[in-house]
Design a protein around this ligand. Structure first.
Ligand code: GTP
Ligand code: MG
Length: 299
């Protein structure tokens, strides 16, 4: 029998949702970082084996939004709850239950979709009693179908989890061709890989204020083996532009060269990456920009 279905991964920012998705797929389809609110769109990751196809939906971390962008992100994540066969509610095993977790549980309580609690980052704690206490607190708030503990980073207990998840899927066809990994076009992945490098090298408000646009991609006229990618890093303030460019252009050069390596891995061909930086004041609160940048209502 071939089973298939949709599983949404929700939770607070930074708990490891995207890391889990990449681990399960054995490919990087979602960028990750130690900064909260890394993921901004839903990202479908398609897992295939001999008897199943699981479409995982990675979602933006749910948080108390301060901008129109944050509101879109949180609403986008919550909108998946009714549209899937199963919800993975992911938490970090080293963080106490928070007000945001309570809010998420309130949302789970009003939908019929079954929910499993996945406790991630267990590699960071040896205190089993504390872990059990934490799990009991969650179980007291919501009747989870199951509770499973994993380390997405190290791949601990992820295989049994995957096997377990199939129990919640029904007999069904492949919705996507077996060789398709994600629903987003390459252009999106390229812009995300550039944004990831910005997240890795900047702090405080800068990572949250950054958007990457791919202006155009073309073959080099003289050297047809070379793909030219022209992209713009958009920030909200002149001071942030200064940080992105860095002293004598050192920072934008570093971001570009790290991104180029990842893009080369993704595309498997030689690329030239041309990066610029531009200020669009307050873009995170401007509906028109959010729509243009792809942060709009979509599942
Ligand atoms: N030690 C440890 N770190 C982890 C684990 N899973 C994820 N991380 C780290 O936690 C940080 C956040 O991971 P992400 O996968 O980006 O988290 P996320 O839930 O997708 O975050 P948002 O997209 O902001 O909602 C990264 O630095 C990961 O390397 C884990 O199992 N163990
Ligand atoms: Mg993420």
């Amino acid at each position: 029998m071939h089973v298939s279905g949709f599983i949404s991964i929700i939770g607070k920012p930074n708990v490891g949702k995207s890391t889990f998705l990449n681990h399960v797929l054995n490919h990087k389809v979602a960028i990750t970082s130690s900064k909260p609110q890394t993921t901004r769109n839903t990202i479908r990751g398609i897992y295939n084996d001999d008897n199943s196809q699981i479409i995982f939906i990675d979602t933006p971390g749910i948080h108390q939004p301060k901008h129109a962008l944050g509101k879109y992100m949180t609403e986008t994540a919550l909108r998946t709850l009714n549209a899937v066969d199963l919800v993975i509610f992911m938490i970090s095993g080293i963080e106490p239950i928070s007000a945001v977790d309570e809010t998420i549980i309130d949302h789970l309580s009003v939908v019929k979709t079954p929910v499993v609690l996945v406790v991630n980052k267990i590699d960071l704690t040896k205190d089993i009693d504390r872990l059990n206490d934490l799990i009991e607190k969650y179980k007291a708030r919501y009747p989870f179908k199951e509770v499973l503990a994993i380390s997405a980073l190290q791949g601990t207990y992820t295989k049994p989890l995957l096997k377990d998840l199939k129990k919640y899927l029904e007999e069904g066809p492949k919705y996507y061709p077996s060789d398709q990994l994600t629903d987003h076009p390459e252009k999106f992945l390229i812009s995300e890989l550039i944004r990831e490098k910005v997240l890795h090298h900047t702090h405080e408000e800068v990572p949250h204020s950054v958007m990457v646009l791919i202006d155009h991609i073309d073959r080099d006229e003289k050297n047809h083996d070379l793909l030219s990618i022209h992209a713009t890093v958009i920030v909200e303030r002149d001071s942030q532009k200064g940080i992105i460019i860095g002293k004598g252009g050192a920072m934008i050069k570093k971001i570009g060269s790290e991104a180029r390596k990842d893009i080369l891995d993704l595309l498997g061909e030689k690329i030239y990456l041309d990066l610029h930086c531009k200020v669009v004041k307050n873009w995170r609160n401007k509906e028109l920009y959010l729509k243009n940048f792809g942060y709009k209502d979509s599942l």
